[in-house]
Ligand binder design. Structure first.
Ligand SMILES: Cc1cc2nc3c(=O)[nH]c(=O)nc-3n(C[C@H](O)[C@H](O)[C@H](O)COP(=O)(O)OP(=O)(O)OC[C@H]3O[C@@H](n4cnc5c(N)ncnc54)[C@H](O)[C@@H]3O)c2cc1C
Length: 305
């Protein structure tokens, strides 16, 4: 079985490989050491169409999930920080606005975000709720025409620089998850301390909290109160494929792959010393993973994820 990209998929892959090779990879270390959000490269990724790629026209570019996976693999080869920032923006940070936001918010927030001029973030995880979405405790109480949000979120990618936040909170008597759009300017939203990570330092991540934070009903993204969990689960399935593609990009960036053929150990080529199993892993794993990622993306496109 072999992956044969279409002409469009190949063109998108080439575009993002060139961008990564010329503008991202040479600056990857500097970006991480500087620990600042890579605003300029993020905008450039937007100009190249990454954030709008998987959305249908006219707002989006109407490309398929495989193209999107190939683009992010290339970006991760350049810089994982930038690729992860772009993934959150193009997938979770804008997805629920694209599906459900009112025309005014589409114009004001979604369209600039698809160009890379505004940053969106997603708030699911809480100090006591990670994989277990059932443990989410942030509350939204209907106050007649507006909602009162109370609670705390953590691990929010891009929170220190984000312009808007998609927030999952429990509402109604059944306390099901409802999706809200919270803008950075809203009173009662506090961006907390940044979280120190082991890597991806150019991608800021932090806690945030809602105290007496009123959200207008126009910013309730759930069309049906309490429908948030099913929408969230579908998006989480897709981000797992993208995470695999980014891991693949990073593995290709491993300098070991590039230096190994010319290295010698004890006067012998290192490839003779390493043994067959290691070499198989080194040279064959990447194509096999590539096939797995693109197959998963194709399956997701066909609705079989
Ligand atoms: C770099 C980074 C960026 C992130 N960005 C965001 C973001 O933008 N927005 C956001 O909301 N969240 C974000 N997260 C949080 C992420 O979604 C959570 O880390 C994830 O949901 C897992 O939750 P947890 O870390 O609390 O682990 P836990 O849920 O506590 O899991 C701990 C361990 O238990 C295992 N486990 C959990 N449940 C089960 C089970 N039922 N059976 C067997 N094993 C199980 C897990 O596999 C894991 O190994 C981010 C996390 C990281 C690391």
């Amino acid at each position: 079985m072999q992956f044969d990209p279409t002409d469009e998929q190949r063109a998108i892959q080439d575009t993002f490989h060139r961008f990564a090779a010329t503008e991202v990879r040479p600056r990857a270390r500097e970006l991480d050491e500087g620990r600042a959000f890579p605003r300029e490269l993020f905008r450039k990724a937007g100009e190249l169409g990454l954030f709008a790629m998987r959305y249908p026209e006219p707002e989006g570019r109407g490309a398929d999930v495989v193209s999107y996976v190939l683009a992010l693999e290339e970006l991760a080869w350049g810089s994982l920080s930038l690729a992860a920032a772009c993934t959150m923006q193009s997938l979770m940070g804008t997805w629920f606005l694209h599906r459900f936001a009112a025309p005014a918010e589409r114009e004001r927030l979604l369209l600039p975000a698809l160009r890379g001029d505004k940053v969106g973030a997603i708030c699911m995880t809480e100090p006591d709720a990670g994989s277990d979405l059932g443990a989410i405790a942030t509350r939204a109480v209907d106050k007649g025409g507006r909602w009162l949000l109370t609670g705390a979120k953590t691990w929010v990618t891009s929170a220190p620089v984000a312009d808007f936040f998609t927030v999952f909170a429990r509402s109604g008597e059944e306390r099901k998850l409802t999706i809200f759009l919270v803008e950075r300017s809203f009173a009662g939203l506090t961006i907390g301390r940044p979280i120190e990570k082991m890597g991806m330092w150019a991608l800021p991540t932090s806690e945030l909290s809602f105290n007496d934070c009123f959200v207008p009903d126009s910013h309730r993204l759930s069309k049906v109160e309490g429908d948030g969990e099913s929408h969230l689960r579908k998006t989480l399935a897709e981000i797992r494929i993208i995470t695999g593609a980014m891991a693949l990009g990073v593995s290709r960036a491993d300098t070991c792959q590039h230096s190994t053929p010319s290295r010698t150990v004890c006067s012998r080529p290192v490839t003779c010393t390493l043994g067959a199993v290691y070499l198989i892993l080194l040279y064959w794993t990447v194509p096999v993973c590539q096939l797995a990622a693109t197959s998963a993306a194709s399956a997701s496109r066909a609705g079989r994820s």
